[in-house]
Design a protein around this ligand. Structure first.
Ligand code: PMP
Length: 420
């Protein structure tokens, strides 16, 4: 294994990060488990950074894929009409949009989360004729220049080399004390005429993932929506990480009762870990003409095929309920850790299958050490937050209670060793 790791060290760019955090060579994965070339088993509390909500090598999707390839189904066809695209659009409407009384056009903006964010920002600027975008502290929206310009963490900018223009960063709900962020926003918008441009859009995550598992309150989300309506600002919810059931409902904003103008989906929308992104657009804002936003890989039929299969999890509310039920166990296990290890000065936060243990002031380093130790013991879990201070649970939604307990047992053993 050490020899194989050398290939990464010697030949791959030093930008690589996960092969550093998880220093082994994996060759097999199923459900919520992964294995390395030495046959060591790992519980996966990371799930491809949230791209594997339905687990590794999901049987139902795998079966569909194998048959499709055997039958010479079309793998790549840009946005040409295919039976796979047709079926996906029909099923997405039937299973996701209609039951929620949501009328949105579906755009395939390119293969990644970053692509959907780019398309959303461009649409907002096009339909409003305004340039400025309001984003929020600690938000994460992607790595290309548009998405990067609304990403809050400076370290992600990697010396972008060009000015990231026309954006205004505002304090996120959890960044200030209760209601202060709203006061700030309201004052900012009320004074936009005196020199500050009104924004084309506001872009936010309902639970910030990379930013440290910061859940906005439902009240805050509703107030932000109201402000957007008052000033004709496009509300973009980036549900790339928090969507597809991760917080216990298909869209993360459902319990808040808001209706964003544009919704960004990626990561788990493809279902099998295949790259796919969607931009959902209220019909009145569906204004791009042909080729105004294109891309070679916006029509990966295999990803759309598995995405269609993934929708069957949402035909009844059974799956959502199981996610909500299991998330109580995650909360319980995290709260126990916080109580049992006061040395961490930790708190917990999050929603559903997106929860974190936040190591307190002066103890931020613990998170990294805990995750590294847990990895040695067979658990894949990563940190998040501006100081890497959060131990972040992001397991597959299909994990059962036994798997959750197994993972948390390992986590506790790791913490025990780190804090002693
Ligand atoms: N938005 C959010 C909320 C994300 O978490 C991410 C990825 N971590 C992105 C956008 C970017 O997605 P991708 O890495 O697929 O470009």
């Amino acid at each position: 294994s050490q020899k194989v790791m050398e290939v990464f060290e010697n030949r791959e760019s030093q930008v690589r990060s996960y092969s550093r955090s998880f220093p082994t060579v994996f060759n097999k994965a199923k459900g919520y488990k992964m294995w390395d070339t030495e046959g060591k088993e790992y519980i996966d509390f990371f799930a491809g950074a949230g791209a594997l909500n339905y687990g590794h090598n999901n049987d139902r999707m795998k079966e569909k894929l194998i048959k499709y390839i055997q039958d010479d189904g079309i793998s790549h066809s840009l946005d040409m009409g295919t039976t796979v695209r047709k079926e996906f659009l029909e099923r997405f409407n039937e299973v996701i949009l209609q039951p929620r009384n949501m009328d949105y056009k579906v755009m395939f903006p390119g293969p990644t989360g970053t692509n959907t964010v780019e398309s959303a920002l461009k649409i907002a600027r096009k339909v409003t004729g305004r340039q400025n975008i309001v984003s929020f502290t600690n938000g994460f929206h992607g790595m290309t220049l548009g998405a990067l310009s609304v990403t809050g963490n400076a370290y992600n900018r990697g010396g972008a080399g060009v000015p990231l223009n026309n954006t205004t960063s505002m304090p996120f709900d959890t960044f200030l004390e209760e209601d202060q962020s709203l006061t700030f926003l309201k004052k900012y918008l009320a004074n936009a005429s005196s020199g500050l441009d009104l924004p084309a859009a506001m872009i936010l995550e309902t639970v910030q993932g990379e930013g440290g598992i910061n859940p906005a309150s439902f009240k805050w989300l509703r107030e932000v929506e109201r402000l957007c309506r008052n000033y004709d600002i496009i509300l973009i919810v980036d549900d790339v990480q928090a969507g597809c059931g991760r917080t216990g409902t298909f869209f993360s904003f459902e319990p808040a009762g808001i209706k964003p103008d544009i919704i960004c989906l990626s990561k788990s929308i493809g279902g099998y870990g295949l790259p796919l992104a969607l931009t959902l657009i209220k019909p009145e804002y569906d204004t791009f003409g042909p080729a105004e936003h294109n891309g070679t890989f916006r029509g990966n039929n295999m990803a759309i095929l598995t995405a269609t299969e993934a929708l069957s999890y949402w035909e009844t509310d059974e799956f959502a309920k199981s996610v909500q039920e299991k998330s109580k166990l995650i909360t319980k296990r995290m709260e126990t850790i916080v109580e049992d290890y006061p040395q961490l000065k930790a708190t917990t936060r999050g929603r559903g299958f997106m929860q974190g243990i936040v190591c307190g002031e002066g103890k931020e380093d613990y998170a990294d050490k805990i995750c590294a130790k847990a990895f040695e013991k067979g658990l894949i879990i990563e940190t998040s937050g501006p100081e890497g201070e959060v131990v972040k649970f992001l397991g597959s939604l299909i994990i059962d209670e036994k798997g959750i307990d197994q993972g948390f047992d390992i986590l506790e053993e790791a913490i025990e060793e780190i804090v002693k």
